[in-house]
Each structure stands twice: as C-alpha cells, then as structure tokens.
Design a protein around this ligand. Structure first.
Ligand code: FES
Length: 127
C-alpha cells in the first residue's frame, strides 16, 4: 500500500512517495500499484528496483501481465519489449518510450519520484 510522500530533499522537484518494502518484491515479479493518480508497476530486476507506467504506450495493454527479465519488460499483447533504464522500445516499433519513474531505496523501503509539473501520460490499462 503506497504511503505518504516524503520531502527530504527540498532542492528536488520530485515528490517522493513510499511504495512498499523492498522484501515485498520478488526478483522478476511485477507488482501493480496506484500512486499519485497513476497506474504504476514495480519490479526488482538486475539488482535494482524499477518503476514504470502500467499501460503499454502502444495500445494500452496491461504491462503487469507481461514479463520482466534481464533489464527488459515484455508487453503481453504484441511482445514488444522496453529497456527498463531508458524506456526505449525494441526495434521495429514506432511509438513513444515507456515512462520510467526514478526510485530510491531508503531503510528497506522503496520510494518512487513523481514530477508534479509533468503532464500525466499514464492512462487506464486496457486489460
Ligand atoms: S500493446 Fe504493447 S506492444 Fe502492442
């Protein structure tokens, strides 16, 4: 269950919101959350936590039903994949990158950073 925001860095424009405990994430598993008005998924992959938008930028497929491995997130509908560091889509596809949210691990808790001034590109998931 997402928690209240923290504000430990007054210089940062990001709003850091607690997502869950690190030990709640199994390697390779995908965890959907609703945070700051956005559908987000969390993953623990390659020794890092990743937070991205839940709806595929192509046709809105639910990426929580996809697969995460070796720094890539595979869409369950058309099998395009996204680089979990940059959001770039695999070759042969021509749509925008996946939105990546910054994360922090503080005392065993995962926080996700949201920019309140950026437009919310997240959309409802087409399950
Ligand atoms: S809906 Fe994800 S690649 Fe088409």
């Amino acid at each position: 269950m997402p928690g209240p925001p923290i504000s430990d860095d007054a210089a940062s424009p990001l709003r850091w919101v607690r997502a869950c405990r690190r030990d709640a994430l199994d390697p390779g598993a995908i965890h959907p959350l609703f945070m700051e008005g956005r559908h987000v998924i969390l993953m623990w992959d390659a020794d890092s936590v990743r937070a991205v938008e839940r709806a595929c930028p192509h046709e809105g497929a639910d990426l929580a039903q996809g697969r995460c491995a070796a720094g890539k997130l595979f869409c369950p509908r058309h099998l395009a994949w996204f680089d979990l560091r940059s959001g770039a889509v695999s070759a042969g596809w021509a749509f925008r990158p996946l939105t990546i949210y910054p994360t922090r691990l503080v005392g065993g808790e995962i926080f996700v950073g949201f920019d309140p001034s950026s437009p919310d590109r997240a959309k409802d998931v087409d399950a």
